[in-house]
Design a protein around this ligand. Structure first.
Ligand SMILES: [Zn+2]
Ligand SMILES: [Zn+2]
Length: 314
């Protein structure tokens, strides 16, 4: 099942060196989830081939402009393109008021249903769920209410051993139950244990998005062992005092957190405009947590694979 994330914007507050403010498109099984929507997100979606028709859910971490100033533009374009399918926006309280005010003064009437779901940024809670996936909030520590998002695949079903199906002549109708762990009873009453019929499922995968935040170990339990952790590294370790003052994180801090949480891979972003060359930031992280990558715009990372970066710069 497809589970990957494309970086649309990787910079912090000020766009610089062709780097845009925060936005990512997470693809799962044919659906796209947008995470943050900084200024210019719609242009980045076009450039990197993100299809709007697959996007029904947008998650906004907090109400600093570099995380949502692209939303009114994106919604307006959807409207002008005759979008009809409903759209859901999950964000801290206040965003609905801001967006609706813009549309009121523009006399814009949307042709599609726009549903706002206010999130409690102080709580760790499931805010979205479908057949395959849940999204949980990650309470972060920032100047204003902020939540990260944890996309967690639901437990996958056990794998059927094909030869056993033939051997015991198991009807197709029984397969869903067996994949869930049931034993099989033959017509003459013999019980065939599930362990003889199936193998363990592929482990469920997870992606955590943490931006913006001070270094905090309060999230360790939530992000523990995730396959891919995106954590902001607005500043180099040299500028730790500035990071603390502005409620942001340094490279060294993010890498330390990744190590303590036992995550498999770390992706860093939300870079300050003061850094043109990001390789020094990457090296600082790798000295603590070697499996670190830059969230380069246009790159797609597969969640749960060791070698996972696919370049999709068109
Ligand atoms: Zn920011
Ligand atoms: Zn912020």
């Amino acid at each position: 099942m497809q589970f990957e994330v494309t970086i649309l914007g990787s910079n912090g507050a000020v766009a610089a060196y062709e780097r845009y403010p925060s936005s990512q498109a997470l693809h799962y099984n044919g659906q796209t989830f947008l995470i943050d929507c900084g200024e210019g997100t719609q242009f980045r979606m076009n450039k990197f081939g993100i299809r709007p028709g697959r996007l029904d859910h947008i998650f906004i971490s907090h109400l600093h402009g570099d995380h949502y100033f692209g939303l009114a533009g994106l919604l307006t374009t959807f409207n002008l393109n005759w979008r009809q399918q409903p759209l859901h926006v999950y964000a801290p309280r206040g965003l609905e008021e801001i967006i609706k005010l813009q549309f009121t003064y523009a006399d814009t009437k949307l042709k599609f249903d726009l549903h706002f779901h206010p999130i409690d940024t102080a709580a760790h809670a499931v805010i979205y769920e479908d057949e395959h996936l849940t999204v949980e909030t990650i309470p972060l520590v920032h100047r204003i209410p902020t939540a990260g998002f944890l996309f967690r695949e639901k437990k996958l079903l056990r794998k059927i051993i094909a030869e056993k199906m033939a051997e015991y002549q198991i009807p197709y109708a029984q397969i869903p139950l067996i994949r869930q762990g049931s034993d099989f009873v033959t017509s003459d009453g013999n019980v065939i244990p599930n362990s003889e019929l199936t193998t363990d499922p592929t482990p469920a995968r997870s992606y955590a998005y943490c931006s913006d935040t001070l270094y905090t170990e309060s999230i360790l339990d939530i992000i523990q062992h995730v396959d891919l952790l995106y954590h902001e590294t607005t500043f180099s370790q040299l500028h730790e005092a500035r990071a603390t003052e502005t409620f942001h994180t340094t490279t060294t801090q993010a890498a330390t957190l990744a190590l303590k949480a036992g995550v498999k891979k770390l992706l860093i972003g939300h870079f300050s405009a003061r850094y043109e060359d990001l390789n020094a930031l990457l090296a600082e992280c790798r000295s603590i947590f070697p499996n670190t990558y830059l969230a380069e715009e246009g790159a797609t990372f597969i969640v749960g694979e060791a070698i996972s970066e696919i370049a999709v710069h068109p």
